[in-house]
Design a protein around this ligand. Structure first.
Ligand SMILES: Cc1cc2nc3c(=O)[nH]c(=O)nc-3n(C[C@H](O)[C@H](O)[C@H](O)COP(=O)(O)OP(=O)(O)OC[C@H]3O[C@@H](n4cnc5c(N)ncnc54)[C@H](O)[C@@H]3O)c2cc1C
Length: 344
């Protein structure tokens, strides 16, 4: 990883004794790579590295990131965690470094609805016109946050403050945020598409059903989620992970092998999925009484040293899968992705 952007800070003041273990616990929970010692911590994410060094009444932070957008993302995340583990500490920080201030966040842009069409019994495909499509194509990450402004109000978008921290609109201006996976990005036409799984009570579902050409939304990203490594792969997910699994399978080399488990509501939701010949695909249909966990509870690990386990679905299922594959069966940090895509 090249480190083109850097920021440093020193925070002074009262700090809880368990500051380092507490931050480490959050990073571990998020599945990040963590090296923890008594008074120091290094957290590595795909595009950045954060080093924390604690003295009795000060905390030194150094962030090295691949680019300014990655620096902004990891810095926002760190400040969010610090606000939680040591309330009030962030205000004492004197920051120096290569970060932008007093402007729109580097990973933010607006887009307008081009069209919405039904592509499956429970999926709508939304096409957005977006002048930043080239940037979204070039930066890493399969996903983005869709930011929906409150109805009948002039949208207020996030802004970087004088310290380069992203400030989100609050109260009546608060944005609804939902994460989606790019289906297709077309920089030449400056537009991209994504698929919305329609579910009860979903604000994004209601939005997609009623969206009109020209309606404006915010887009934050791309981010979270690289194409997984591994020649032998076990993948599992529900409808919310279907777009990501489809992209991963479409990008997979012809010699990739393994098993994909996909859970959907009814047989009508079963669809064609691109895949290499060595990948078996099993559909599990809820209204036939089949569930992902029934299979994952006994699924065997991919064989061979070049293996990968990729699981994304509802939070509780992912918690159980992570406990089995990571804690019981020893799938290492570089061999697995366990992400909850929604919470019941
Ligand atoms: C990395 C990532 C990628 C994702 N990609 C996609 C994608 O490409 N397409 C897609 O459709 N979703 C995707 N999701 C899931 C999507 O972000 C969530 O389902 C999100 O909650 C939808 O927002 P909402 O505004 O519709 O519902 P919310 O306002 O967040 O939730 C409203 C209610 O709906 C319930 N709910 C949320 N999701 C579901 C569900 N799947 N089934 C049943 N009830 C639900 C919640 O429990 C809540 O009670 C992705 C999530 C992540 C983290």
């Amino acid at each position: 990883m090249s480190h083109a952007a850097r920021a440093t800070a020193t925070f002074d003041g009262m700090m809880p004794d368990d500051l380092i273990p507490h931050i480490a616990a959050h990073a571990n929970e998020a599945g990040l790579q963590v090296e923890e010692r008594d008074t120091s911590l290094i957290v590595t994410v795909s595009l950045a590295k954060v080093a924390l060094e604690r003295a009795p009444s000060s905390l030194k932070v150094r962030i090295d990131a691949e680019d300014a957008a990655a620096l902004q993302n990891i810095r926002d995340y760190l400040l969010y965690i610090l606000d939680h583990v040591a309330p009030g500490l962030v205000a004492s920080g004197a920051w120096q470094g290569d970060f932008a201030r007093n402007r729109l966040p580097l990973n933010f842009c607006t887009a307008t609805v081009r069209s919405v069409r039904r592509v499956a019994p429970n999926f709508l495909r939304v096409a957005l016109n977006c002048a930043d499509t080239k940037r979204l194509t070039e930066e890493r990450g399969m996903h983005f946050s869709l930011l929906l402004p409150p109805k009948e109000r002039r949208p207020v978008w996030p802004q970087l403050d004088g310290n380069g921290r992203t400030v989100w609109p609050k109260d009546a201006d608060q944005l609804h945020r939902a994460v989606y996976t790019f289906v297709d990005l077309d920089p030449s036409r400056e537009c991209f598409t994504f698929d919305v799984f329609e579910h009860d009570g979903g604000r994004a579902t209601t939005w997609a059903r009623t969206a009109q050409p020209g309606d404006i939304v915010g887009i934050s990203g791309p981010g979270s989620g690289d194409f997984p490594a591994g020649k032998d792969i076990l993948m599992a997910g529900d409808e919310t992970a279907l777009p990501a699994i489809r992209r991963i399978l479409a990008q997979s080399s012809a010699d990739r092998s393994g098993h994909v488990l996909l859970e959907v509501g009814s047989e009508e939701d079963v669809c064609d999925m691109p895949r290499p010949g060595g990948i078996d695909l099993t559909w599990l249909v809820r209204n036939r009484g089949e569930t992902l966990w029934d299979r994952l509870a006994t699924a065997v690990l991919p064989q061979g040293p070049d293996r990968y386990v990729w699981i994304a679905a509802e939070k509780e299922l992912v918690r159980k899968a992570k406990a089995r594959f990571r804690d019981t069966l020893g799938v290492g940090a570089a061999e697995g992705y366990f992400a909850y895509y929604w919470e019941a």
